[in-house]
Design a protein around this ligand. Structure first.
Ligand code: MG
Length: 253
């Protein structure tokens, strides 16, 4: 009896092995698993941040928390935003600011906070700002936690092109985080579009844009039309809303 039980326990194993062998054509022996192993090139080591959202070892820090040395005004000259408490703050009439460095394909992390605004500040007037890839393509920043507006203008939208998949905002004045994977558009030598820009956005760790093909520069009124360009800055939109940013870093892809 003991022998029979032991035999029955083995049965599924042996049957499985026989079936697996039988699936190889021509009765050939199974291929060596080494044939599908790849050993080089070895991915370079990157030390991750100590906590989620902290820069890994190969990140370029875009804001050091002390000054705006890495930034300039879009209108020319020094960036006129304030720096307080390790955060940069949009100032009235200061204008958009952008990184001095230009980028193509990037992984971008950026945190932002909109102060609690009076209830009469509604729709697109409720803490509007924006994170622009290559100075042209806006990921909307807006307090749309409980603030109806056109959905392709909500936080997490590619402005006027793609609504976020979900509303993953926290109520103001919580800090919110964008993690963005962006591939720049490609152009032929004659300037026509070869491949549109692609963007994936996580808002507070939640997927809100999934490999969206950007249709062209985002605009308030005009339909998007691509024009050939090279690398461009990360730009932050000013709308006189005292929106705050911190912990901004990129990795070139
Ligand atoms: Mg905006």
């Amino acid at each position: 009896m003991k022998k029979l039980v032991a035999l029955m326990a083995l049965l599924p194993l042996t049957t499985g092995a026989v079936l697996a062998q039988a699936t190889y054509p021509g009765g050939n022996p199974p291929p060596k698993p080494e044939l599908t192993e790849v050993w080089s090139p070895v991915p370079p080591k990157v030390e991750p941040g100590r906590m989620l959202g902290q820069p890994p070892s190969d990140a370029i820090i875009l804001f050091n928390g002390r000054d705006l040395s890495g930034w300039e005004s879009v209108n020319g000259g020094a960036a006129q935003w304030a720096v307080e408490n390790g955060e940069m703050v949009d100032q009235p009439k200061a204008g958009h600011i952008q990184t001095r460095q230009a980028f193509g394909d990037v992984q971008l992390h950026i945190e932002w906070m909109i102060p609690v605004l009076p209830p009469e500040r509604k729709g697109q007037d409720r803490g509007n700002s924006g994170v622009y890839l290559q100075g042209l393509y806006e990921v909307q920043v807006l307090d749309t936690y409980d603030n109806p507006t056109y959905v392709n203008g909500e936080a997490g939208a590619i402005y006027k092109q793609s609504a976020p998949l979900v509303n993953a905002l926290k109520p103001a004045p919580n800090w919110q985080a964008y993690d963005i994977v962006y591939y720049a558009p490609r152009f032929y030598k004659d300037g026509t579009l070869a491949e549109p820009a692609r963007i994936t956005v996580l808002l507070n760790g939640v997927l809100v844009q999934s490999n969206f093909a950007i249709k062209g520069p985002t605009d308030y009124r005009m339909l998007p039309v691509y024009k050939a360009h090279g690398d461009g800055p990360i730009m932050l939109q000013a709308h006189n809303n005292a929106v705050r940013y911190r912990n901004i870093w990129v990795r070139k892809l």
